[in-house]
Design a binder for this molecule. Structure first.
Ligand SMILES: [Zn+2]
Length: 445
């Protein structure tokens, strides 16, 4: 049976569960009623480029190498910014940031060892489709719809990316005309309707981003009034295109989940401020509720000293670093040292330091990413770290940290044998649904 993967950006389990109970989201309620539901776990940092790369490859950041929304490219000695905010894109250089977001994330930054679900399935002779999914690497060459841009992208056989790359003419309205008004999901819905009407794929990834956008602006609770109905309508469009919800499920197995949660944020910190004395030794890459510190060559400070310096900073809940092949998590002076041992972990110190969903595995995978900073920061509840442009979402919602609210996601499966517990379990479940072996990643855990 064919399969549709629906990813709703930033929807928390609580929102999903309320939406289903209240009857405010008939499409979500229909899918929940016909499937099996669980709360699953995201990756760290729980930020969209990291999460969507994990969903599409079935690997953590240790394998796919996308570390954050913003990171220091050591070989090129420059910041990479995938779109924390308009001001952050401008601070990192607008043309470079656009190239990084649209092209380089997939062509250069995504790890060579990582295999996308499109690559695996198309190698097996299946047709895959992706709508607006930021991790899209595949084998088919596409020129942008803008005639003055000549650099190609390489995606799945059916590929639709914010009106910029389109494998087929669908008549969908322009994606970017009114972001706050929901035009990106309206574009996705038009393309999705076109694809389902033609039954034009074996596997479809249908990515809806507008809920997260509303949740940043209004908080996870407020987004339910602003965007939930629109998100549900974009899913209903797929069901309708099949001739109705029952007909949809006769044709497709379904996985529906979000990439990360969101939590309310009231306060904002500049991660640079407590580190002013180390300027010249340390670079700060921060955005939303996670940060990374990069040590420059010849730095007069090490990661352990930086971690100690951040003790007592109210915005910082936990820092992570590596020392001689061991990971060290530090919270207000308490440390937990850990490393993989067999199927579990060898630890010393206070396990409570990493008392977060799947805390040890997510922390280890984030640290094992060669593009990660020497010290990683997970923000405390209610706090956000200002981005390179000084922007934040205080008064609204955000995500990125290890805390449960940022990390847990709703996940529904219909017609699938597997029961994914983490977002990295989704791609292997999809592959096994089609009888295709998952890539043999050497798991860092
Ligand atoms: Zn977000």
């Amino acid at each position: 049976m064919k399969l549709v993967l629906i990813v709703v950006d930033g929807m928390t389990p609580a929102t999903f569960e309320r939406a289903v109970e209240s009857g405010r989201a008939p499409a979500l309620a229909f899918l929940a009623e016909h499937g099996s539901y669980r709360r699953a776990t995201s990756v760290f940092p729980s930020l969209t480029p990291v999460c969507l790369s994990s969903i599409a490859t079935g690997a953590g950041p240790d394998v796919h190498h996308i570390p954050h929304l913003v990171w220091w490219h050591r070989a090129e000695r420059r910041f990479v910014e995938y779109g924390s905010s308009f001001a952050a894109l401008r601070a990192a250089g607008m043309a470079q940031s656009i190239a990084d977001t649209i092209y380089n994330m997939n062509q250069r930054h995504l790890g060579a060892e990582a295999v996308t679900v499109y690559e695996s399935l198309e190698d097996a002779g299946l047709v895959t489709a992706a709508v607006n999914m930021t991790c899209y690497r595949g084998g088919t060459r596409y020129l942008p719809t803008l005639r003055w841009v000549t650099r190609p992208a390489y995606g799945p056989k059916r590929f639709f990316f914010y009106s910029l790359f389109e494998s087929d003419q669908t008549g969908a309205p322009l994606a970017v005309r009114d972001r706050a008004g929901g035009s990106i999901d309206a574009y996705a819905a038009a393309v999705g309707r076109w694809l389902v009407t033609r039954d034009g794929f074996d596997f479809l990834v249908y990515y809806l981003s507008d809920f997260d956008y509303a949740s940043h602006a209004h908080g996870p609770g407020g987004a339910e009034d602003v965007a939930l109905a629109r998100t549900d309508a974009a899913i209903q469009a797929l069901l309708d295109a099949a001739g109705g919800p029952d007909e949809f499920l006769e044709r497709y197995a379904v996985v529906l989940h979000s990439d990360h949660g969101q939590t309310d944020v009231q306060r904002v910190a500049q991660l640079e401020s407590p580190l002013a004395e180390f300027a010249g030794s340390v670079l700060v890459a921060a955005s939303n509720r996670a940060g990374q510190l990069y040590l420059l060559p010849g730095a007069r400070v090490d990661a352990a000293q930086l971690a100690a310096r951040l003790d007592g900073e109210p915005a910082v809940e936990v820092t992570l670093r590596r020392e001689d092949g061991v990971a060290v998590a530090r919270r207000q002076g308490e440390e937990l040292r850990f490393r993989p041992a067999g199927a579990g972990w060898e630890t010393s110190g206070d396990r409570a330091v990493l008392d977060f969903p799947d805390g040890l595995a997510r922390a280890w995978s984030a640290l094992a990413n060669p593009n990660a900073g020497e010290l990683l920061v997970s923000a405390a509840e209610g706090w956000e770290l200002a981005d390179m442009g000084g922007r934040h979402h205080a008064g609204g919602g955000s995500h990125g940290s290890l805390v449960a609210g940022d990390s847990l996601v709703p996940l529904v499966t219909i017609g699938l044998d597997a029961s994914p517990e983490r977002i990295t379990d989704v791609a292997p479940a999809v592959l096994s649904h089609f009888g295709v072996a998952p890539p043999p990643y050497a798991h860092a855990r």
